[in-house]
Write a protein that binds this ligand. Structure first.
Ligand code: GTP
Ligand code: MG
Length: 553
């Protein structure tokens, strides 16, 4: 289970405590990763999990003296990485070079007492710094530098984008501002690792892995943390019995789903009763995919814990692969997701809206439809798969290549500006009423069922990932695509405008498209037809300047 990379370029020493836990293909994918620097998701997960297990999360005061703090912790061993951040107080993530440093640190930690409340004596790697005199020297600055864990507000983003000189630059700048940072990614893995310690009380061999946008390359700072409790990796499942042998006696349930529900119910209860920092625990066990939802206060993450959700893990791997093939994929997905959120096409509340996942698949499909295609079809990725990539989950073929080196891309050199504009054009005119979006084939297919929006689930091909979307939400999406496509074609929108005085630079290009009220004024299309274009643009730009109309996404 323990895998160590001796250095970043060559030697890999790998200790397998159980051959099931780390299959040989992971080692071979590690080796192949060394060639082009593009890590497979498995490699990334293994590295990050291992870092997380050597890490602790400590609540401190903002006046904590950094040097003194580090000196104190270093007594337990070398610190390989640390950072501070704010979330209902200041916290430090401290990663030690060796696991034993964490044990040593925990040995010396005390159980809180002395207050009128009683503590559940559940020990974890979430700690608080006590009796730490803040500043011991006048020369020491007391303020800690905190790493941001949330995105800038959309009004700020619009200003930032308006200062850029091209739409291409605006798009890359948006992705840079929104993407998860190195620190945020580490924190996500650390929260999974802390949760794993709770689940391990019942299932010592289990793992908890992040999936979805926390790891697929399309995550925005502040996105939820989707976690997958993996009990399939518990050893003994594929042991072939022969001759005199033993097997475990185990409680049985009627179905896999019932097993998942009972595991999540117990772990959810445990998280609720004993989990330090876990609040607002809800067990949503009757959903299609049963889950436990809660807020992890020290990190500020909204968490969804699922189990037996291996297809979602495969979708995550697929999105990660597509996102790593060409930088335009991630840039465009970030931009479209941000645009959709700004206009209420997507929402943090579940409902009849298009989800970020569906939207991402729509971007992928559009990129497959370019001429020449920017990314290959899923069928092509399946054809490139080697024997080690084979994966069948509950009868669904989830096989596709995981080695980036095996994928040859066509030479499409379209700019981001062109692609964004064509994306809106593409979906403004897509025959949604008849056709289904299908990234497996890279071609629209006849709709197999009546639903306003049909996007074939890439792995469970009889399912529609956008089944929840109603006709009016789809209409809104199409109208917004029409309006955004039209706006991008106007020279007034496409030219940097500068100026702006106190209110900052005047929005232009992508910044214009993120302003909610104006772009959404599609109802006035008829009115627009009556006015000359220059008048419409003038009116539009006037209203764009009104800062009060900037809404937070
Ligand atoms: P955020 O909105 O940033 O959280 O994006 P996300 O990609 O994490 O989406 P979400 O949290 O809703 O779902 C987590 C993961 O579950 C996705 O990345 C997919 O892998 C998977 N998933 C979500 N919705 C569907 C769906 O309708 N069908 C399938 N097959 N998988 C889904
Ligand atoms: Mg998510």
């Amino acid at each position: 289970k323990c895998l160590q990379r001796a250095d970043t370029t060559s030697t890999i020493s790998c200790v397998l405590s159980s051959e099931k836990n780390l299959s040989c293909w992971m080692v071979s994918s590690l080796l192949s990763d060394e060639k082009n620097g593009q890590k497979s998701l498995h490699t990334l997960q293994v590295e990050r999990q291992e870092q997380a297990e050597r890490s602790v999360l400590i609540s401190c005061q903002s006046s904590t003296n950094e040097k003194k703090f580090l000196k104190y912790l270093s007594k337990h061993g070398e610190i390989s990485k640390y950072f501070f951040y704010e979330s209902y107080g200041v916290y430090a993530v401290v990663e030690f070079a060796k696991q034993e440093s964490v044990s040593s640190l925990l040995e010396g930690a005390a159980i809180p007492g002395g207050s009128h409340e009683s503590a559940v004596p559940f020990k974890s790697r979430l700690l608080s710094l006590r009796n730490f005199s803040p500043v011991d020297s006048q020369n020491q600055p007391s303020g800690l530098q905190c790493q941001p864990q949330t995105t800038i507000p959309i009004s700020e983003l619009i200003k930032r984008l308006s200062r850029e000189k091209s739409i291409d630059k605006q798009i890359t700048s948006l992705a840079e501002a929104y993407q998860l940072t190195e620190e945020n990614s580490r924190l996500r893995f650390l929260v999974c690792s802390l949760l794993k310690d709770i689940a391990a009380a019942y299932f010592p061999e289990c793992t908890i892995k992040p999936f979805g946008s926390s790891v697929n390359g399309f995550g925005k700072l502040g996105c939820d943390l989707d976690m997958f409790l993996d009990v399939d990796s518990i050893s003994g499942r594929n042991v072939k019995l022969s001759g005199l042998s033993l097997e475990y006696q185990m409680k049985r349930a009627n179905s896999e789903r019932a097993v998942t529900q009972s595991i999540l119910s117990v772990i959810g209860e445990c998280v609720d009763q004993f989990g330090p920092g876990c609040v607002g625990v809800q067990k949503i066990l009757n959903a299609r995919c049963p889950l436990v939802r809660f807020a992890h206060q020290p990190s500020g993450f909204q968490c969804d814990l699922t189990a037996n959700n291996r297809v979602a893990m495969k979708s995550t791997e697929l999105l990660y692969l597509y996102g790593g093939l060409d930088p335009r994929v991630r840039n465009l997905v970030f931009t479209v997701r941000c645009w959709a959120r700004a206009h209420g096409v997507t929402s943090s509340i579940p409902g009849a809206w298009i989800t970020n996942f569906s939207l991402t698949v729509m971007v992928l499909f559009f990129l497959q439809k370019r001429s020449p295609p920017i990314i290959p079809t899923l069928d092509h990725l399946r054809d490139l798969a080697g024997p080690a990539d084979k994966s069948v989950i509950e009868g669904n073929d989830c096989t596709f290549v995981s080695n980036f080196n095996k994928i040859r891309l066509e030479s499409n050199t379209e700019t981001l500006e062109k692609l964004l504009s064509e994306f809106f054009e593409f979906y403004a005119t897509f025959p949604f009423s008849r056709m289904s979006i299908n990234i497996r084939k890279g071609k629209e297919q006849n709709k197999p069922e009546v639903a306003p929006l049909h996007i074939q689930n890439p792995f469970e091909t009889s399912l529609n990932v956008s089944k929840n979307v109603n006709a009016s939400q789809l209409d809104r999406f199409v109208s917004l695509c029409q309006e955004s496509s039209w706006l991008l074609q106007q020279s007034e929108t496409g030219t940097p405008r500068g100026g702006g005085g106190d209110g900052g630079p005047t929005p232009w290009g992508l910044a214009t498209l993120l302003l909610p009220s104006q772009v959404a004024g599609i109802k006035s299309r008829k009115k627009r037809r009556r006015e000359p274009a220059s008048e419409r643009i003038k009116g539009l730009l006037e209203s764009l300047k009104n800062k009060n109309q900037l809404k937070k996404s």
